[in-house]
Design a binder for this molecule. Structure first.
Ligand SMILES: *[C@@H]1O[C@H](CO)[C@@H](O)[C@H](O)[C@H]1NC(C)=O
Ligand SMILES: *[C@@H]1O[C@H](CO)[C@@H](O)[C@H](O)[C@H]1NC(C)=O
Ligand SMILES: *[C@@H]1O[C@H](CO)[C@@H](O)[C@H](O)[C@H]1NC(C)=O
Ligand SMILES: *[C@@H]1O[C@H](CO)[C@@H](O)[C@H](O)[C@H]1NC(C)=O
Ligand SMILES: *[C@@H]1O[C@H](CO)[C@@H](O)[C@H](O)[C@H]1NC(C)=O
Ligand SMILES: *[C@@H]1O[C@H](CO)[C@@H](O)[C@H](O)[C@H]1NC(C)=O
Ligand SMILES: *[C@@H]1O[C@H](CO)[C@@H](O)[C@H](O)[C@H]1NC(C)=O
Ligand SMILES: *[C@@H]1O[C@H](CO)[C@@H](O)[C@H](O)[C@H]1NC(C)=O
Ligand SMILES: *[C@@H]1O[C@H](CO)[C@@H](O)[C@H](O)[C@H]1NC(C)=O
Ligand SMILES: *[C@@H]1O[C@H](CO)[C@@H](O)[C@H](O)[C@H]1NC(C)=O
Ligand SMILES: *[C@@H]1O[C@H](CO)[C@@H](O)[C@H](O)[C@H]1NC(C)=O
Length: 465
């Protein structure tokens, strides 16, 4: 029994050990701790994070193109791209820069253009206007808008090419316009080329808003390149645009103009500095990303993700499995009593637990039984000893001792066989267990029985009361 108990205790200890081991594996790691370079660089301007390769001083930014000017005269402070009026709202290491830029406006009073704004976007190399997220949009009822500039054509050689495009919108009333869609009535839109780095908008009117048949109050036209996800056209938009100065725009950035293959050749200039990062080609150059299982800034250092804590939707450990983080990955281990590859864990033997319970019950019953047996045995032995003590006492009280002494003294003499001391068992046998049929009479001190000894001698045995 004892070794089995040891086994159970050992099993419990092992489970406890495994669990505490699992807890240890879940200790938070410092994977969110980005190493920024150099340490004294300001990491944010107002509410906007400025991650490397962007920076606010020349030694904090990887290149001049990634210089950000933080204007502390705003509350909260506002970051601008370089020396431009392009206001940054967020910088993403996956290659996007969300900015706000002025809209072009052209208003008329009595056929005379007033308050014309002509903002101009010039992006440094490595930055382009995202052509899928943004569209060129013009709003008005007597409006034509032209957008022109340069775009970068990437191929075997990088070329800067000119583009001119635009749209027009004529309507008798802005009320005719469809709500929620820029459908050509009161609003027109067109795409801009991929790789656009330069935007120059020309906004004008055919009739200088002097056509009495065209009611357009206020008599204004607007044009802008805008992030479509953040722009909904509606009739009321025309009046609200009057108070809008800036609209959102999405820019793309690359860390270098070359393709990865070429960029890798110059290890000093190659930007994917982290050992756990990789390079990928983008439409306007190359960028870096952390490898799978890593997180952080690929231009500085990618840190191992503790997948056991940051459980992504593709987390593959089974519900019962113990997750252990490893460098760049993690493993799933089925707990004791389970088997499987960690993704799937099945109980080894579904009856094993119940078997263990039965085993414990059985073992307990066995021990209890053994205890009862031992107690019973010792009680019987005690009783027997008490009986034999009593017998000895009676033997002495009835002169047995004297008789025995005499017998010992006369040993060796001819009287040797004349007196014999019988044991209680011998007498019992001789009387067939003090059978009633063997009774030959009842005396004052007891009953007399007829007995047969082993040698068929017939004797009378008196059993004292
Ligand atoms: C860093 O930010 C602090 C305020 O948070 C500002 O006073 C300081 O000039 C900034 N330094 C740089 C280099 O921008
Ligand atoms: C900050 O913004 C204010 C107001 O727009 C402007 O006058 C000032 O020149 C800006 N400062 C810098 C350093 O750009
Ligand atoms: C901003 O303007 C200053 C002075 O005109 C110039 O020295 C600096 O290089 C400019 N910075 C950028 C990022 O263009
Ligand atoms: C506007 O139209 C009126 C008549 O319709 C005309 O007299 C006036 O000269 C026009 N103004 C301009 C600036 O074209
Ligand atoms: C032009 O701007 C001035 C001052 O900024 C303003 O008073 C006027 O109403 C504006 N005109 C139009 C047609 O928006
Ligand atoms: C914008 O385009 C117009 C028309 O082609 C041109 O006259 C103007 O100089 C351009 N503006 C800039 C800043 O290049
Ligand atoms: C305004 O519309 C009327 C009728 O639709 C037309 O006869 C007239 O020529 C139009 N005026 C202008 C300036 O287009
Ligand atoms: C545009 O419309 C969509 C759905 O109608 C809405 O979710 C979104 O917030 C709107 N965007 C803006 C800038 O109003
Ligand atoms: C590598 O890049 C550095 C920094 O941009 C540059 O100074 C150096 O000339 C480049 N080396 C080669 C072999 O192109
Ligand atoms: C990156 O790997 C190289 C060689 O494999 C090694 O010398 C260097 O220390 C590693 N850097 C880091 C930050 O682990
Ligand atoms: C684990 O086993 C299950 C079922 O046997 C299988 O579907 C799954 O692909 C396996 N996963 C791995 C990582 O081997």
């Amino acid at each position: 029994m004892a070794p089995n108990y040891v086994m159970i205790v050992a099993l419990i200890t092992f489970i406890c050990f495994s669990l505490s081991f699992g807890d240890d594996a879940m200790l938070p790691t410092s994977h969110n701790n980005l190493i920024d370079k150099p340490k004294y660089c300001n990491k944010s301007c107002g509410n906007v994070n400025i991650p490397f390769p962007f920076g606010m001083t020349p030694d904090c930014a990887l290149r001049n193109q990634f210089l950000v000017t933080c204007n502390y005269s705003f509350h909260p402070p506002q970051p601008f791209l370089g020396n431009s009026s392009i206001e940054i709202t967020s910088i993403s290491l996956s290659g996007q820069l969300k900015v706000l830029h002025f809209i072009s406006r052209d208003c008329y009073r009595d056929g005379i253009s007033t308050n014309r704004t002509k903002p101009y976007i010039v992006l440094p190399s490595l930055l382009t206007v995202d052509n899928t997220a943004n569209s060129f949009i013009a709003v008005g009822c007597d409006t034509y808008a032209i957008v022109q500039g340069y775009y970068t054509k990437f191929g075997t050689e990088i070329e800067y090419l000119r583009y001119i495009t635009g749209c027009m919108s004529m309507c008798y009333s802005i009320d005719e316009a469809d709500d929620d869609t820029c459908s050509g009535v009161g609003c027109c839109k067109t795409s801009i080329p991929k790789g656009t780095s330069n935007v120059n908008i020309t906004l004008s009117s055919y009739n200088n808003y002097n056509d009495t048949n065209m009611t357009n109050d206020p008599s204004c036209s607007y044009a802008f390149v805008v992030d479509q996800a953040n722009f909904n056209f509606s009739k009321s938009y025309l009046s609200s645009l009057q108070n809008t100065k800036k609209l959102p725009l999405v820019l793309d950035w690359a860390v270098g103009e070359d393709k990865c293959e070429i960029a890798k050749r110059n290890s000093t200039a190659y930007a994917c500095k982290s050992n756990n990062s990789y390079c990928h080609d983008d439409s306007n150059g190359y960028r870096c990303s952390c490898m799978q299982g890593y997180d952080g800034n690929p231009y500085l250092s990618c840190q191992d993700i503790d997948e056991c804590i940051d459980r992504k939707p593709d987390y593959r450990c089974a519900k019962d499995a113990i997750c252990q983080n490893t460098e760049g990955s993690y493993t799933c281990i089925c707990p004791p009593d389970f088997s499987g590859n960690g993704t799937v864990c099945n109980r080894d033997n579904p009856q094993r637990i119940t078997q263990n319970i039965y085993f414990v019950i059985g073992a307990t019953a066995g021990v209890a039984f053994a205890i009862i047996i031992v107690f019973g045995w010792s009680y019987t032995a005690f009783q027997r000893r008490k009986m034999s003590k009593m017998k000895k006492k009676f033997f002495q009280e009835n002169g047995g001792l004297v008789l025995q002494q005499r017998l010992t003294r006369e040993e060796g003499s001819s009287h040797n066989n004349t007196i014999k001391i019988f044991t209680a068992e011998e007498l019992e046998k001789a009387t067939n267990g003090f059978d009633k049929d063997r009774v030959v009479g009842h005396g004052g001190f007891g009953t007399v029985y007829k007995g047969y000894l082993k040698d068929n001698c017939i004797v009378a045995i008196k059993n004292l009361r």
